[in-house]
Design a protein around this ligand. Structure first.
Ligand code: XUL
Ligand code: CO
Length: 439
């Protein structure tokens, strides 16, 4: 294993169990431990996000780069991209994750022309292919950065300028090719600039039609080249725009349904995007799962006292438990996974902080998995929920849901009945049950 960029981490992070006092060891994530019919690694399918972990330099609106990153030293952009890729694969191996995710412009620098950018991407894809082969590390998903280049300031697929939409299409084509070439298991669409700043200059219907047309072209292209990865849409309500069209799971499902795209996409649900949309993380997971559309997760957390996408590492066991209940109920994420779309704070400038951050996130989800598994195994919620809707299994409830009767029959039936007997929702009792499992 190379040892150039993280010399302080001499060997892969070990599993040492919950009583270990070693901050560079897993306390809960024991990748080969079986939980039900799968190992922890198979359940959780962790991925590292290239952009935050390897591209982030600690800059924010108030100050420049702050991080100590040996792989950012090169002056030539392609040399820098190669150094970054070496650092990334060293990091994956030392951390012990099997997957990563990238934007096209993360792994390869933007060139002076579109063609040069495509060439840079191809070169870096070839290099990534070699490193994937050597290490067994895989690509969970690829995506295109359709938000940094100033030409996308008014949207990419939803730009009022058809030339810009064509540019976006050509860029996505190349990003799908790169993902396909690297055996990516999914491809993500996050419409960072697909929205508006003001309705005064915006034809909202037309822009959504453009977005739909763009997605149809992507689906056609996917079939044309035989890419069998899952297409995912990642909802987010705002930031960078005032409003983004894929604002939450429900809005995205409506968009897919309206434009005949439903069968071709699933969702990549991000925790911090859910809270920005005024929902809980578990709400968005449940909404996607109920539609059979929960494909993958961007695992992070926000700060409820701040109104922006803070992209912090997930550490809240209660939240990971509720998330894992929903994921286990649908029998896992299939070809999706848990991608840490999260960044260390600006003051955590040391490369070792990247390890602490990921170890914490992986342990938080491993613990959530173990707790959720026990809750489901004991049917602690399931039996209650089943009984709560019991009145629809027979009698009048069964007739209603079978579509056999309507308002007239129900009026007749109700006239011969006493008042309904109500059952408690038992929220507090159920909350206590969950807490009893978090030990
Ligand atoms: C932005 C965000 C993106 C997507 C991929 O908030 O989450 O990084 O995950 O473009
Ligand atoms: Co994300």
């Amino acid at each position: 294993m190379p040892n150039a960029y993280f010399p302080n981490i001499a060997k892969p992070i070990p599993f040492e169990g919950k009583d270990s006092g070693n901050p560079l060891a897993f306390k809960y994530y024991d990748k080969n431990r079986r939980v039900g019919d799968k190992t922890m690694a198979e359940h959780l399918r962790f991925a590292v996000a290239w952009w935050h972990t390897f591209m982030g330099d600690g800059s924010d609106m108030f100050g420049g780069p702050a991080f100590d990153r040996a792989w950012h030293q090169a002056t030539d952009p392609m040399d820098g991209a190669k150094a970054t890729m070496d650092a990334a694969f060293e990091f994956f191996q030392k951390l012990g994750v099997e997957y990563y995710c990238f934007h096209d412009r993360d792994i390869a620098p933007t060139g002076d022309t579109f063609l040069q950018s495509c060439k840079n991407l191809q070169t870096m894809v070839e290099y990534a292919k070699t490193l994937q082969k050597e290490t067994g590390i895989k690509l969970l998903w690829g995506t295109a950065n359709l938000f940094s280049n100033p030409i996308y300031a008014q949207g990419a697929a939803t730009s009022p300028n058809a030339h810009v939409m064509a540019h976006a299409a050509a860029q996505v084509k190349n990003a799908i090719d790169a993902t396909h070439e690297l055996g990516g298991e999914n491809y993500v669409f996050w419409g960072g600039r697909e929205g508006y700043e003001t309705l005064l200059n915006t034809d909202l219907k037309r822009e959504q039609e453009q977005l739909a047309r763009f997605m149809h072209m992507a689906v056609e292209y996917k079939h044309k080249i035989g890419f069998d990865g899952q297409f995912l849409i990642e909802p987010k309500p705002c930031e960078p725009m005032k409003h983004q069209y894929d604002s939450d799971v429900a809005a995205t499902l409506y968009f897919l349904n309206t434009y005949d795209l439903f069968e071709h996409f699933k969702m990549n649900v991000e925790a911090n995007h859910a809270t920005l949309a005024g929902h809980s993380f578990e709400h968005e997971l449940a909404a996607a799962s109920a539609a059979g559309k929960l494909g993958s997760v961007d695992a992070n957390r926000g700060d409820l006292l701040l109104g922006w996408d803070t992209d912090q590492f997930p550490t809240d066991i209660y939240s990971t438990t509720l998330a894992m209940i929903i994921i286990l109920r649908q029998n896992g994420l299939g070809r999706g996974g848990l991608n840490f779309d999260a960044k260390v704070r600006r003051s955590s400038h040391d490369p070792t902080d990247l390890f602490y951050a990921h170890i914490g996130g992986m342990d938080a989800f491993a613990r959530g998995l173990l707790i959720a598994y026990e809750i489901l195994r004991d049917k602690s919620l399931e039996t209650f929920i089943e009984e709560r809707y019991g009145s629809y299994k027979s009698g009048i409830g069964e007739k209603i849901m079978a579509g056999k009767i309507g308002f007239d029959e129900l009026e007749n039936w109700i006239s011969s009945q006493d008042e309904p007997v109500l059952q408690s929702g038992r929220q507090e009792m159920l909350e206590n049950i969950i807490n009893a499992y978090i030990r």
